[in-house]
Design a binder for this molecule. Structure first.
Ligand SMILES: [Mn+2]
Length: 382
């Protein structure tokens, strides 16, 4: 199972996926409790520890709300904190307040000198520098950072037993950790060092994962207890790149991470039918595993949408629901991201195909067609 596996990342439609993946490995769609359930629960709070996430725009804010609510529904005893970039609309901020204990605005332009300096040297790393701000939450002794495109499937408070910097391997390069879920200790000193590092060395992948892997560069070899099991950061892409492992271990998943360009909020939801609808750049919702995607939308529909309706009142906002009067109409934010697919390819290298796949450009009728992938898979599964 080397890098060649990239060449056989399958493209399934729902029925094909279900054929390959027997029912016992499908995550069950759990019933969803409402906000009131946790408000009244007598859970003790470990007030010096927190789950932290980040929203840089209104879409990611929706993701953060679903994530926060999923942590509440699984009765976390820790505080919930969301960091907000300057582009999140006021009503969204209001809605976040009803799920999170702390909603913290981060404007790196006027935060500390070090952050400002780092940003001036590397304006391309604005979002990364915003994320690094989590190290300044020194009112907490230990935190778990989670990307806003993650969803919690069971209680994960045991993560606080781990030390900085604990994280799960990245499916694309397992000697790197994936920075979608990590345990850290807030410290102004570490924050300063990270910013200096960021300004001087930049990021080998253009994002926070590159910076953090270069800074915490002994993660791969020094201490196995800092390797979180993969079930704490199960990325959707891994399901398809190593399906037999997903069949064997997938039912233990505790956190799912919707990696890739198309996020759950880019799809739309038919509330009447309880179905997730496709996205024009990725027409088949199964790319993300349909059950996790459905769980995201169910949680959104039950617990997040009512909050948004309350804060927006009569003002229009993008609910993500299919417009019943014209069911084919996609929302603005979905149309914005739709890109025409590239012309049919000549033969391309495995590396090039990997890049195209990651960019959402999938050769459905050629190299990445289901028959090709099924043949390859069968040869492995024999
Ligand atoms: Mn992510």
């Amino acid at each position: 199972m080397g890098r060649k596996m990239w060449g056989l990342i399958p493209v399934f439609d729902c029925s094909q996926l279900l054929l390959l993946c027997p029912s016992q490995c499908k995550p069950s769609v759990r019933s969803i409790t409402t906000t009131d359930a946790w408000v009244d629960s007598p859970q003790p709070t470990m007030s010096d520890q927190a789950f932290v996430t980040l929203a840089t725009n209104d879409n990611y804010a929706k993701g953060a709300m679903v994530l926060g609510q999923s942590l509440r529904n699984h009765n976390t005893t820790r505080k919930l904190v969301v960091l907000l970039g300057p582009h999140v609309a006021d009503p969204c901020r209001g809605a976040l307040h009803s799920i999170f204990d702390e909603v913290i605005m981060v404007n790196v332009m006027d935060s500390g000198d070090a952050a400002n300096l780092a940003l001036m040297k590397r304006p391309d790393l604005g979002v990364t520098i915003t994320k690094l701000h989590c190290w300044t939450l020194v009112q907490y002794s230990k935190c778990v950072f989670m990307d806003a495109d993650t969803l919690v499937l069971s209680n994960i408070d045991e993560l606080f037993e781990r030390e900085e910097l604990s994280a799960a391997p990245d499916p694309g390069w397992p000697d790197c950790f994936n920075s979608g879920v990590f345990v850290f200790r807030p410290s102004n000193e570490t924050h300063k060092q990270l910013l200096t590092f960021c300004a001087e060395k930049g990021s080998f992948d253009g994002g926070d994962q590159g910076v953090l892997n270069s800074y915490f560069n002994t993660w791969a070899t020094a201490d196995i207890s800092k390797h979180l099991p993969f079930i704490y950061n199960l990325s959707s892409i891994a399901i398809y790149s190593y399906l037999p492992a997903f069949k064997r271990y997938g039912h233990d998943a505790k956190v799912v991470h919707f990696l890739g360009k198309v996020k759950p909020w880019n799809y739309s939801y038919d509330a009447q039918r309880g179905e997730v609808r496709g996205h024009s750049a990725s027409p088949d919702p199964c790319h993300m595993h349909p059950d996790y995607l459905l769980q995201w939308w169910q949680l959104y529909a039950t617990s997040v949408l009512p909050l948004l309706q309350k804060v927006y009142g009569d003002a229009p906002f993008s609910s993500g629901f299919v417009d019943q009067s014209s069911p084919d109409k996609l929302h603005e934010d979905v149309r914005e991201q739709a890109k025409p697919s590239p012309p049919p390819s000549q033969r391309v290298s495995s590396e090039e195909r990997k890049q195209r796949w990651e960019a959402g450009q999938i050769d459905y009728l050629g190299d990445d067609s289901f028959t090709n992938i099924e043949q390859k898979l069968n040869s492995f599964l024999k």
